[in-house]
Design a binder for this molecule. Sequence first.
Ligand code: CU
Length: 368
Amino acid sequence: MKKIIIPVLVCMLVSCNQSKTSNGTSVFEDAKVENPDELEHVAQELVAPPYLPKYDQVASGNPVVVEVTLTAQEKKIEIAPGVKIWALTFNGSVPGPMIVVHQNDYVQLTLINPSTNTQAHNIDLHAVTGAMGGGDMSLVNPGQQATFRFKATKSGIFVYHCAPGGMMVPLHVTSGMNGAIMVLPREGLTDENGNPVKYDKAFYIAEQDYYVPKDENGNFKEYDTPAAGFSDIADVMKTLQPTHIIFNGITGSLTGKNALKAKVGDKVLFITSQANRDTRIHLIGGHADLLWPGGSFNDKPLTNYESWSVVGGSAVAMMYQFREPGTYAYLNHNLIEAFLFGAVAQIKVEGEWDDNLLKQISKADKIK
Ligand code: CU
């Protein structure tokens, strides 16, 4: 009898509590309704990934209206030696900048489409509650701008992307027009036991798949305008076989001299998005100490994962505390995509080596 009662009790206390959020309220309960017209407005200065803008991990005071401006930039970039594409971007980087707010803050977003551009653009944020995720309200032709406001009701990390309609949706997304917004719980992150946990630094690493057409000799083609390549790109997209799978838009942007930096003892929040395609991430020589699958901060984090899934159209957060120095690889553990395509980042970690965790007993030598 005891054998049956104990698992049932554990279930009641822990895992069967799925419909409640971490603070005990149902996800179907509406948050207190604020009047955004009476709230303080705060402008957020966005920065290019892998870095995040200035923000507090724990919100102080009432919700605010966070004002952000994104500018659609169509620009030619070299994604690998000799391979030049018309990148469609938010603010000029692939991925676009990370926006950071707290749950129940409002985001007032202005999208600018300069007259020098050639395409209509918009933004659909997965953090939005409401039809089209802001896509309809933000659709702008070259020479236009539009502003809309939404309440960040759900905590977590969410992808945003351009979605101007039809074939242009995957075409703009796989040309670089995607990014992520982090909606932190107002009280900050909590660990697997529900205790507050802070991180020392955060990196935003997005995997990007590109579909670059080739000529009859097998060389990658270059086009004079974005539209000139659309038909050829559509043919490559239909194969579902990317020609490039890389991190942060340009081959080598997070390796070698561009490697990320941390110190032994640092707790690092790694955020990875994939706006179009599934991937699976692994940190060689480390683990996901805390993992928020699907990027949801509303759920208790999982612990000690070796590899984790990032479903296409989502962003996932994991926190790891480095215990040993050295150069770590953070990669797509489809190892073909990591080593033959380049879906890999490096983190150079400084500090003192701990023999107790890992020690060489004898170096490679002749078999005795
Ligand atoms: Cu676009």
